[in-house]
Design a protein around this ligand. Sequence first.
Ligand code: PLP
Length: 403
Amino acid sequence: MTGGTVAGSATLCVHGGTPPDPQTGALVPPLVQSTTYAWPDLDHPPAITYARAGNATVEALERRLAALEGGGDAVCFGSGLAAIDAVLRSLPDGARVVAGRHLYGGTTRLIRRLHASRLRVDEVDSTDAGLLEAALGSPADLVLVETPSNPTLRITDLRRGARAAHAAGALFAVDNTFLTPLYQRPLDLDADLSIHSTTKYLDGHDATLGGAVVVHERHAGKGDSPTGPLAARLRWIRKASGSVLAPFEAWLTLQGSKTLHLRTREQWATAARIAAVARDHPAVGRVHYPGLAAHPGHSVHRGQATGDGGIVALDLGDIESAREFVSALRVFTIAENLGATESIATHPASMTHADLAPERRREDGITDGLVRLSAGVEDPGDLEADVAQALDLARRQRREVVA
Ligand SMILES: Cc1ncc(COP(=O)(O)O)c(C=O)c1O
C-alpha cells in the first residue's frame, strides 16, 4: 500500500508501503542485514551495491513514511539531526536559511555552530506570522520551523509560512516530530519537506535513533545524484557522508510504526488529563500545552492539526521546585527522550536545551523551572496521580523551605 492508495491512517500504519514480501510471502518486511551485494559481472551492478548506498529494509520504512505523510518519497537517516543536517548540506554555499527561533536545542546548535560559516542564517520567531513574512520579504533558500516546538509547544502557522517561503523562493521545511503524520500533514498544507526524528513517536519504544525527510512527488528522485531532484540529492549526501540508518533500526521502526495510531491515541488523551491537573495546581506557574484555549497559537494549531500531542511542559517557577517535582515522580522516568511507551520527565535547561545561552533560554520561556512531560502508555490514572502527587510534594517542600 503506497501514498497513492486511498486508505485510512491506521491501515497505513500497519500496511503502508510494505506489501507481503514477493519472494517469501513474509508479512513482516525482511531484515536485510548485508553490507555487500554480488555483481554478476562488471557490466551489471546489482540494484544496491553497498549498505551506505541503500538497503531494502530502510527502503521499506521510507515507503511507509511517505505513505503516512501523503508524500511522494522519503529518505531516512541515522538520526533526526542527521536528516536536518542533510537538508542543510543540500543548499549551495552562501544560501540564506530562515530558521524558526523555537526549535529543538540540538537543531539550533547544528544550524548556528556547524552551518553558520557556510550558510547565511537568520533566526526569526516564526510563531509571529508577521515577523516571518517580513523576514521573507527578501529572497531565501530554506525556511525551517517546528510546530508544536520543543519544549514550549509554540505554534507556527504552516499555511502562511509556506506561502511566504514560496514567495521568497525558498523551500518550506517543517519538523513534524511532535505530532507525527497522523495528526499533522505539512505537505498537505503546502510545505515542501516534512522532517522527523523517528527516534520519538514513530519508533515509540526508546529503542532506536533515526530520522527522515518526506517530500512531495515533485521533489522525488530515484537513485542518488548530487544535482538531481531534492530526494536524490539527499540520498547522495547520505551516501557521501555516511549518515545512514542501520537496517535493524529501520526494521524496529517499521515494527513500532504499526501501533503508532494506538499508542498516540492513548498518549494524547493522557497528556490532556495531565494538562488539566497541572493547570489547576497551585505549584504550577504556567502550563504549555496546545490543547488549552489559552495557549498561544491554539486556534492556528487547531486549524492545521487534528490532535494536541502527548507533551505537556510545566513551569514550576525555579530550579529547586523543578528538581523536587521530578525527583518525586514514581512512574515517569527522568530522561531525555520523548514519544515512547515509557513516560518521561525532562528538564530542558539542563538536558535538551543546555547548549543555549541561559539568557536566550529565559527569553524563549525555557526557564530553570520548566519540566517537559512525555506521556507514555502506562495507565492514564497512574500517570495523572503521579503528576498530582509530585506537584503536591514539590509545593509542600518549597513552602517549608520558604517558611
Ligand atoms: C523536534 C525534534 N527534532 C529533531 C530532534 C533530533 O532528533 P534525534 O535525537 O533523532 O537526532 C529532536 C530530538 O529531541 C526533536 O525533539
